[in-house]
Design a binder for this molecule. Structure first.
Ligand SMILES: [Zn+2]
Length: 376
């Protein structure tokens, strides 16, 4: 067994010399003191207290010393590291306080400053578009007429020549609010109106004597499920003109004027025979496609998505007011004639603005309405 190595001198271990430890400590303290911000301090911290820092490496050397030398070297390194950690904590506190103070100043918000870009909100494009359509007719001398949305069955159907067992009463999938009282055969039931046409009957009855020129925008109801192309609550706009000597030529001219006012000069309409109980004769009205103006028809090089390359877009229904409706509303069909037409606002807004899903119109998301502008 060999004797203990009495001749060992810890001073000989370079990294553990007192002046070396002092130098390491002083370098660390100087680095912390000169760190101008928290990032610089983080770097200094890694360099002087991290696992590869001089003091950590010196600490590791202690293990290699003989037992009698360990205590002194350990004390020396431990004191140096303690001083370094204390200086680090002190500098960190100073720099954090500086940062907090600066952030408070830099990020201060003066809530009293005037701010002119606050979103002002907007009316729904359905409302503004419906009013724009109505304005076209107001400019021609029409009056805007409104009526109740919970409507007497008589106005919704009977006055408009829908007989009690008329298939349209089922076809239209009506919301019935109150059944007719069977015991009193003259009592009318109540429905949520399925179209704006009852407003026309009311206008005729209220005005009594033609001429009557009214435009009726409003909300209507059918028992459809909400999907991309259907909604149980939607909007229609209808027009009624009753006067002496009105013909389909007047109807056609009015339609042409409307599409030109809404879609630009050169637009025109066409009529296709159809059937509605309240008009006779009745027609579906189409307008020429406002995108391709019909040039996509038979032209595979220029397909049109808006009209499906058909050249025409179906708008709604129209016709000459059925004399039976005039009689039901107290107007003499021998003296007066009239025309009417109506269409759905949602559908027109969809193709006018390339809206692909009807649900966007009813869900109330401001991201849908915002691109339509702040029209008020
Ligand atoms: Zn087209």
């Amino acid at each position: 067994m060999s004797a203990p190595n009495k001749s060992y001198d810890p001073v000989e271990v370079e990294a553990l010399k007192p002046e070396e430890i002092e130098r390491m400590r002083d370098e660390a303290l100087a680095a912390f003191e000169s760190a101008a911000d928290l990032d610089a301090l983080t770097h200094a911290k890694t360099a002087h207290t991290g696992p590869t820092s001089p003091l950590s490496l010196a600490n590791r050397e202690i293990g290699a010393l003989p037992p009698q030398a360990k205590a002194e070297a350990g004390k020396r390194v431990g004191m140096a590291r303690g001083a370094v950690n204390k200086a680090l904590a002190a500098r960190l506190a100073v720099l954090e306080a500086e940062r907090d103070e600066r952030v408070l100043v830099e990020e201060a918000v003066d809530v009293t400053l005037p701010y002119d870009r606050t979103p002002a909100g907007a009316r729904h494009p359905l409302t503004t578009f419906m009013e724009r359509v109505a304005d076209v007719f107001v400019a021609m001398g029409y009056e805007v007429a409104e009526g109740p949305e919970a409507e007497a069955e008589w106005f919704n159907f009977d006055a408009l020549n829908f007989v009690p067992d008329h298939p349209a009463r089922q076809m239209q999938d009506t919301f019935f609010v109150q059944d007719a009282d069977g015991a009193k055969s003259d009592e009318s039931g109540v429905v949520l109106r399925t179209h704006t046409s009852p407003v026309q009957a009311r206008a005729l009855l209220e005005r009594r004597e033609p001429p009557v020129y009214v435009v009726c925008p409003g909300r209507v109801y059918r028992t459809d499920e909400l999907d991309a192309t259907h909604t149980p609550v939607f909007h229609q706009i209808e027009l009624l003109a009753v006067d002496e000597g009105l013909t389909m030529a007047d109807l056609k001219g009015t339609l042409d004027h409307m599409v030109q006012a809404l879609f630009g000069a050169g637009m025109k309409t066409r009529l296709r025979p159809n059937y509605f109980p309240f008009t006779e004769p009745s027609a579906e009205m189409d307008m020429v496609c406002y995108v391709c103006r019909g040039e996509s028809v038979g032209n595979p090089d220029r397909p049109c998505r808006t009209c499906g390359s058909e050249g025409w877009i179906e708008l709604g229904g129209c016709g000459m007011v059925n004399p039976k409706v005039l009689v039901a509303c107290g107007v003499d069909p021998q003296k007066y004639s009239g025309f009417a037409f109506g269409f759905g606002i949602e559908r027109m807004l969809m193709f006018r603005h390339n809206v692909e899903d009807m649900r966007d119109m009813v869900e109330g998301d401001v991201r849908f309405t915002r691109p339509f502008g702040m029209e008020i």
